[in-house]
Design a protein around this ligand. Structure first.
Ligand SMILES: NC(=O)c1ccc[n+]([C@@H]2O[C@H](COP(=O)([O-])OP(=O)(O)OC[C@H]3O[C@@H](n4cnc5c(N)ncnc54)[C@H](O)[C@@H]3O)[C@@H](O)[C@H]2O)c1
Length: 333
């Protein structure tokens, strides 16, 4: 298949690009290497073509027309809850207007299907856990609102234009390449500190839990969704809750270092627990997460051990990329 991955230089998108290329698909990545995201040129598989472009750019039309993709995997987003709360307009420009630009051009280029990175955050704090597709969506941040709105647009474009979709409401995805400077990835943030033998901060009492799903399992899900899950949204997780304290203990075991802990108050808006029931994805897609949290953390620690030998930071790399005049790399001939 011919596949465009928006946000494919980022953490999750680049693992999907690896999986698609390994399966023999032709991949074009469209990514703006946004300063506040985790996108890096280093993440791109050598066989993927790269277009340095914002999803809001009208130039997307030429990219879609020239490459004529069968499927578009839409992973580019503004995904910081903090930025979305400070600047809801920016969040909506990228996550809603950017999405609409992508969908309009899917229709023009006769794309068959869009895969969408939605979020478990669209559920807010459900009354009953684990959350599944029957759980009401009560998003609590502008970020989560735009992810939920995006699902409605997908339904509209399918009904109006016959553009098929699968939306995947990810739990907390973790693994190699996750930006350790971001706000979302407590596992990668902790690993960075453990490997540097520095102290860590724990908010609240550390007993708050999340459903951490390994990025390799997410890449496999995105391969399956190329041909399955027509017109559906899925709750995606492991079904297990893991507390911050459990992550701390596992990392202490894996790295052999007991990081000093600075205890802090609960942050406003922090939810107590998150847990997702992916029975529907198992029944309809044949997908379930298979990587245990300990195995996933071991692989992530290994990655960061090697990455810490390299001097380039995301910011330095993105600045270098911008200095190059933000050239828009051409498409494959
Ligand atoms: N990481 C998680 O736990 C998680 C959970 C739920 C949903 N998601 C969603 O998965 C997707 C990927 O997230 P990630 O964790 O890999 O983040 P990431 O920051 O590593 O990747 C996002 C990519 O999108 C690019 N991007 C941002 N704005 C853009 C724009 N306007 N135009 C073009 N490219 C742009 C960034 O440069 C980056 O490469 C996002 O849509 C996110 O909302 C992630």
């Amino acid at each position: 298949m011919r596949i465009i991955i928006t946000g494919g230089a980022g953490f999750i998108g680049s693992h999907i690009a690896d999986a698609y290329i390994a399966a023999g698909h032709e991949v074009v990545v469209v990514d703006s290497l946004w300063a506040h995201g985790g996108g890096r040129r280093d993440n791109l598989p050598p066989k993927a073509s790269f277009v340095h472009m914002d999803i809001r750019d009208a130039g997307i039309e030429r990219v879609f027309r020239d490459f004529a993709p069968d499927v578009v995997s839409h992973h580019a987003a503004q995904h910081s809850v903090a930025i979305s709360s400070r600047d809801p307009a920016l969040d909506a420009q990228i996550n809603v207007l950017g999405l609409i630009n992508v969908l309009d051009n899917c229709v023009k280029a006769k794309v068959k299907k869009v895969l969408f990175a939605s979020s478990g955050a669209t559920f807010g704090e459900p009354d009953v856990l684990p959350a599944n597709e029957q759980t009401p969506q009560r998003p609590e941040s502008p970020y989560a609102i735009t992810k939920m709105v995006a699902e409605h647009y997908l339904r509209f474009y399918k009904a109006q234009h016959g553009l098929d979709f699968t939306a995947m409401r990810y739990g907390n995805v973790y693994g190699p390449r996750q930006d350790p400077n971001g706000e979302a990835g407590v596992i990668s943030i902790f690993i960075g500190k453990f490997l540097a033998h520095q102290g860590i901060k724990i908010f609240w009492d550390g007993e708050q839990t999340r459903d951490y799903v390994y990025v390799g399992d997410i890449a496999r899900l995105n391969e399956i969704a190329l041909t399955k899950g027509s017109g559906s949204c899925y709750a995606i997780g492991t079904g297990k809750k893991t507390s911050v304290n459990e992550i701390y203990r596992a990392l202490a075991e894996v790295t052999g270092f007991e990081a000093p802990i600075e205890w802090n108050d609960r942050r406003p808006g922090d939810v107590r627990d998150a847990q997702f029931d992916s029975s529907l994805a198992k029944a309809e897609l044949g997908w379930e997460s298979t990587t245990s949290i300990l195995d996933g953390m071991r692989q992530t620690v290994e990655f960061f051990r090697h990455a810490s030998d390299k001097p380039t930071s995301t910011k330095a790399q993105n600045a270098a990329s911008k200095r190059k005049g933000a050239q828009k790399a051409g498409l494959p001939a």
